[in-house]
Design a protein around this ligand. Structure first.
Ligand SMILES: C[S@@+](CC[C@H](N)C(=O)[O-])C[C@H]1O[C@@H](n2cnc3c(N)ncnc32)[C@H](O)[C@@H]1O
Length: 603
């Protein structure tokens, strides 16, 4: 909030004339405390003290965490007599558990003795709040935002993890988190599983793996075992049967694979090539898709996957690759709509539960905050791009099926697309009053159904001076549609006067012979298409891929002429829209009940 307020003040005071670059989180140099990870009722003060101490004394993360681990081990009575002086003299330190001793020795061996100063003893003695994976929480708070974003390292709050575990894990399950971080999922598995050797974890982050191993050793502190948690790259190094082969006593596939995989990781060129070879069916290069595919492979038949994912997996076109793999190899058991879960991550989040099976004829349970309902999986196999339209249930599906059953085409590969202008400095280029050589320019909010309202201002069309501009002929097309980009609704203006727009108003120029652009405007602005759009995509942005999926029915010439006449009348007087809107519903042969349902939805 503070950052946004500062930014707002800078813009208002004129300190910031334009936004210089796109927000690039992968370069962010700041840290923040991910409060969502903290259990309710636990104060943040102790954590803030620890973080401040580490930062003020410039202690590296590796050393800081070791000292905090030792602090925790003392509090758990696993180790005694620790001080900065005797730290490297393990003879003097008593460990209750042999494996923990080994882990600490190996951690210490990587730290230079002189680097640990006397005053660091604060970290050995300070108060650490009692909470599952508190070390992971501190580690998250120390990680730079840039590094977190690059590796997709946002750890999952305990409450979400526990819900998953409760649904699927049994005492003797063999379970895996293929990108376990500091072990939030592993610790919850441990609440149920008797034998710690049945709990497996992998992560590429060395420190996270060290913490995860200790976390699990502390959890089963009375057992002596080597944790099955390793530092490896799951996507390249983990095979199906030889996974952890050295320690694995019961080689068999997993019963449950549960995690929050990394999203949107930027892979190096070399890794991208490798991934293409390993996973030819994943064309999007999306990291969570590789993890889903890999996990399906690691699962036994009948086993279950539960993943925390961005909502975009459900309906963004790029992810059709993984949706097809899911539909063909698993039964989707449940989709839970979790909304916003992670501080600093703005996308809504879902939980996706899949069962590996060849029988895929059951219903999918959709769980939202206030309602639960079922959807037939078979319907999604027939959706364009295998869209998981979770908001379409029962009667909605009947109506939408009816529309799509009518012979139709779409705008896919049949239109030119353009973005509005990015001037780079609106204050400099846009004036309020009309002026010689200037023409009106419109932003998203000026776009209304069929028409453009008052322009935002006036601009001299000097493409060479703008930051971003589409080819001139797109703005100057004989006829075009202008639509709001940031919008929950479809709002399309018809333009035959070659008007200019800013980039909050995008442009589509349909190129279909014998299909009037006015008919397309009529369809897209209709109540029926608002209903289809919102049910299918439930988005706050109108994306090209959404528009490309809207059906354009192949009606006869007479119908088209009538629609064009009604559009012309609406352009003259907006009150005529109702007649046009009704006519479209009638042409799709919607029943009275269906029309009423749609009208009520739109209210
Ligand atoms: C979103 S975090 C989730 C951590 C943990 N599963 C949780 O939910 O709390 C994703 C984790 O994936 C790890 N990771 C990224 N790429 C990986 C890879 N190729 N192999 C194994 N782990 C990876 C990151 O280091 C990070 O710890």
């Amino acid at each position: 909030m503070r950052e946004i307020q500062n930014l707002k003040a800078d813009i208002e005071n004129g300190n910031l004339e334009k936004l210089n670059g796109r927000a690039n989180k992968s370069k962010a140099e700041r840290t923040f405390i991910p409060e969502e990870y903290l259990k309710a009722g636990i104060g943040i003060d102790d954590i803030t003290k620890i973080i401040t101490f580490i930062k003020e004394n410039k202690i590296d993360v590796f050393t800081s965490l070791l000292l905090l681990v030792l602090n925790l081990l003392q509090k758990e009575n696993i180790v005694s007599n620790i001080s900065i002086k005797n730290l490297f003299d393990s003879q003097n330190i008593y460990f209750q558990n042999k494996q923990i001793k080994k882990e600490i020795k190996s951690w210490l061996s990587k730290i230079e003795e002189g680097k640990i100063k006397e005053n660091f003893s604060f970290l050995l003695d300070c108060n650490i709040p009692k909470q599952q994976d508190i070390l992971g929480f501190i580690y998250q708070s120390l990680l730079l935002e840039g590094k977190k974003s690059q590796n997709g390292s946002y750890y999952t709050p305990e409450i979400i993890v526990n819900e998953i575990i409760k649904d699927y894990v049994k005492k003797d399950s063999k379970v895996l988190d293929p990108c376990c971080g500091t072990g939030q999922f592993l610790l919850s598995f441990a609440d149920i599983i008797d034998n710690p050797k049945n709990i497996y974890g992998v992560d590429v982050d060395e420190i996270a793996v060290k913490i995860a191993r200790l976390n699990i050793l502390i959890k089963y502190k009375n057992q002596n075992f080597v944790p099955n948690i390793v530092c490896k790259n799951t996507l390249f190094e983990i095979g199906n049967y030889d996974l952890f082969s050295l320690n694995d006593e019961n080689i068999r596939d997993f019963d449950v694979v549960a995690t929050n995989p990394p999203w949107g990781v930027h892979f190096s060129k070399e890794d991208t090539e490798k991934l293409k070879n390993f996973y030819p069916a994943i064309t999007s290069t999306e990291s969570f898709s590789y993890f889903i595919k890999k996990s399906i492979d690691l699962l036994r038949n009948g086993g279950v996957i539960s993943f925390i994912l961005p909502e975009s997996i459900l309906n963004v076109k790029t992810h059709k690759d993984i949706r097809e793999i899911i539909l063909k190899n698993t039964q989707i058991k449940k989709i839970v709509y979790l909304d916003r879960v992670f501080k600093n991550v703005f996308t809504p989040v879902i939980r996706l539960d899949l069962k590996k099976t060849q029988k895929k004829d059951k219903n999918i349970q959709i769980c939202k905050e206030k309602e639960k309902y079922n959807i037939e999986q078979a319907r999604w196999l027939n959706n364009q791009d295998f869209i998981f339209d979770i908001h379409v249930s029962g009667f909605d599906a009947e109506i939408i099926d009816k529309i799509y059953q009518i012979k139709h085409i779409t705008l896919e590969n049949k239109a030119d697309w353009a973005l509005g202008i990015v001037t780079g400095n609106n204050k400099q280029f846009i004036v309020n009053e009309p002026k010689e050589g200037y023409e009106p320019i419109y932003k998203g909010k000026d776009v209304e159904k069929f028409i453009l309202s008052e322009p935002l201002g006036y601009i001299q069309f000097t493409p060479e001076k703008f930051q971003q501009v589409a080819p001139i002929e797109k703005y100057r097309a004989k006829e075009k549609l202008i639509y709001r980009f940031i919008s929950k609704y479809l709002v399309f203006a018809y333009d035959d006067q070659q008007k200019l727009t800013l980039n909050s108003a995008n442009i589509v120029i349909p190129k279909i012979a014998d299909y009037s652009i006015k008919v397309i405007a009529a369809l897209f602005n209709s109540s029926l298409y608002q209903f289809i759009f919102q049910k299918k995509f439930s988005s706050i942005k109108v994306l090209r891929s959404h528009i490309e999926q809207m059906p354009l029915p192949l009606w006869d010439k007479k119908t088209f002429s009538k629609i064009i006449r009604l559009v012309d009348e609406t352009l003259k007087d907006e009150n005529n829209f109702l007649q046009l809107d009704n006519y479209i519903m009638d042409k799709f042969a919607l029943s009275l009940k269906e029309k009423k349902y749609i009208n009520e939805f739109n209210q």
